[in-house]
Design a binder for this molecule. Sequence first.
Ligand SMILES: Cc1cc2nc3c(=O)[nH]c(=O)nc-3n(C[C@H](O)[C@H](O)[C@H](O)COP(=O)(O)OP(=O)(O)OC[C@H]3O[C@@H](n4cnc5c(N)ncnc54)[C@H](O)[C@@H]3O)c2cc1C
Length: 239
Amino acid sequence: MAFQTYSARLVRSAPLNDLTKHLDFEIQGVPRFGFVPGQWLSVKHILPDGEELTRAYSIASPPSENGRVAFCVNRVQDGLMSNFLCEMKDGEELRCQGPFGNFILHPPMRDTIFIATGTGIAPIRSMLHWVLSDESRHQGKQLWLVFGNRTEKDIYYHDGFVHLAAHHLNFHYQPTLSRGGPKWGGLRGYVQEHVPSIAGDRKDMHAYICGLAKMVKTNRDLMYSLGWDSKSVLSERYD
Ligand SMILES: Cc1cc2nc3c(=O)[nH]c(=O)nc-3n(C[C@H](O)[C@H](O)[C@H](O)COP(=O)(O)OP(=O)(O)OC[C@H]3O[C@@H](n4cnc5c(N)ncnc54)[C@H](O)[C@@H]3O)c2cc1C
């Protein structure tokens, strides 16, 4: 099956820390680019030797009227695509296909724990902004975000999540640092250390987990050890 290829023009980029960028793209030639929060795009780039690279990037923004999609891209050392994306200038274009993926909110809406580390926040940011923007979507369910990073400067979109939590009493934002400085007043350690106290002995919730495979496996195994069934645990692995 042939998928449609789109051109996406970079309209804004902003550093999130030394290695990571938020990139806003405008999909060209369509009035409104449809996708479901949590999905990803397949990005293409031709190297100087003619080889075509293809990599997946989660859409970090909620669906919008202006046809824009955001990526949250971490520069991987010697990584071909991540460095190409982070060096793009405003106005430059890339080719992509999609949207793809089934890491999306599964109805019916339940109380939910979102677990992310690093750029694994991208699809979860899209889901949270979308679901919290309309009461009929979240239905007052309790939503927790356990977002793990190393240090204070690594917490992408911190102000946005603080703002969301201030405006939605059912959204509980729990940034967690493994190497927080002495002034850090939030949670410390690894994300999986904080999930049991949220879940308690409940098994009627959903968990959405995104990040590198090791973290995803650790948290999936944890949910199973707490007695959750596999249909209640949705995940996306980046490696
Ligand atoms: C569904 C999906 C969604 C994704 N969404 C995002 C996203 O939103 N943001 C994002 O930054 N990445 C995301 N990724 C990862 C992305 O697709 C690339 O794998 C990553 O950017 C590295 O590609 P590269 O071409 O720069 O590195 P490559 O040239 O492929 O690899 C260079 C070196 O880095 C290592 N490496 C590869 N990937 C990673 C990694 N993720 N972390 C650490 N080391 C790695 C390789 O083993 C290799 O040694 C996603 C992956 C999947 C499968």
